[in-house]
Design a protein around this ligand. Structure first.
Ligand code: PEP
Length: 251
């Protein structure tokens, strides 16, 4: 039985103090919540204040990116052990903004996933097609290629510790959402791929989240689909009331 996950990706928003205030508000609102895992992913500079704010609450901490090396001369980068000791349990890897704006490759995604797993961080691995790829009927080809390359050389035990976020690029931050049926179809395809790459049992254990303009107005419809095991929420996670509503729609 998979427990739904609602993860908030705060992107490059919130100063340290603003992050503390938002996380404190979420702790107050979500303290009684059960039957759903809640993760918030502030920018690196907010990790420490958010960690303090969510102490003794069910909310878990995640980061938005990392480098695959443990340490070294990589100016501006952050490693898995750094995230782990900062209190993170999760890390988003391969978000489309990183792939498209910062030229992150599938090979880099694969290295990052392996490093996260080595340090007991669960990677939230983002996959998804662009609009022109969907229009050219290439969604499955794109997603399959991203998935196979992301999971290259992972063991079944490692794969089971991952979370996948299917995020059609055309739906991120655009206000356009995939219909529940479109999303469910893509999730089903991803689960079949996981089953053929690893095993049916392994595929059944992996949460597949949907991401792309999830809001309180559409979350319930999306989350009731059989293959949608939660949501990765960008814009709407920056507002405590909206995020609370999305979390509650998963319970
Ligand atoms: C995201 O950042 O992963 C995301 C899905 O953003 P939004 O909810 O704003 O579309």
């Amino acid at each position: 039985m998979r427990i739904s996950i609602i993860a908030g990706n705060w992107k490059m928003y919130k100063t340290e103090e603003e992050a503390f205030l938002l996380a404190s508000d979420l702790k107050r609102r979500l303290n009684d919540v059960a039957g759903v895992k809640v993760i918030i992913c502030p920018p690196f500079t907010g990790l420490s204040s958010v960690k303090k704010a969510i102490e003794n609450s069910p909310i878990l901490l995640g980061a938005q990116n990392m480098h695959w090396e443990e340490k070294g001369a990589y100016t501006g980068e952050i490693s898995s052990p750094m995230l782990l000791t900062a209190g993170c349990k999760y890390v988003i890897i391969g978000h489309s903004e990183r792939r498209n704006l910062f030229f992150e490759t599938d090979d880099a995604v694969n290295l990052k996933i392996k490093s996260a797993l080595k340090f007991n961080l669960s990677p939230i691995i983002c996959l998804g097609e662009k609009l022109d790829q969907r229009e050219a009927n290439k969604t499955e080809e794109v997603v399959e290629n991203q998935l196979r390359r992301a999971f290259k050389d992972l063991s079944v035990q490692e794969a089971e510790k991952t979370v996948i976020a299917y995020e059609p690029v055309w739906a991120i931050g655009t206000g356009k959402t995939a219909t529940p049926q479109q999303a469910n179809e893509a999730h089903l395809f991803i689960r079949e791929l996981l089953s053929s790459e690893f095993s049916r049992e392994c595929a059944e254990k992996i949460n597949i989240l949907y991401g792309g303009s999830v809001k309180p107005e559409n979350s319930r419809e999306l989350l009731k689909m059989s293959e949608i095991d939660g949501a990765l929420v960008g814009g709407a996670s920056l507002d405590a009331e909206s995020f609370e509503k999305i979390v509650r729609s998963a319970t």
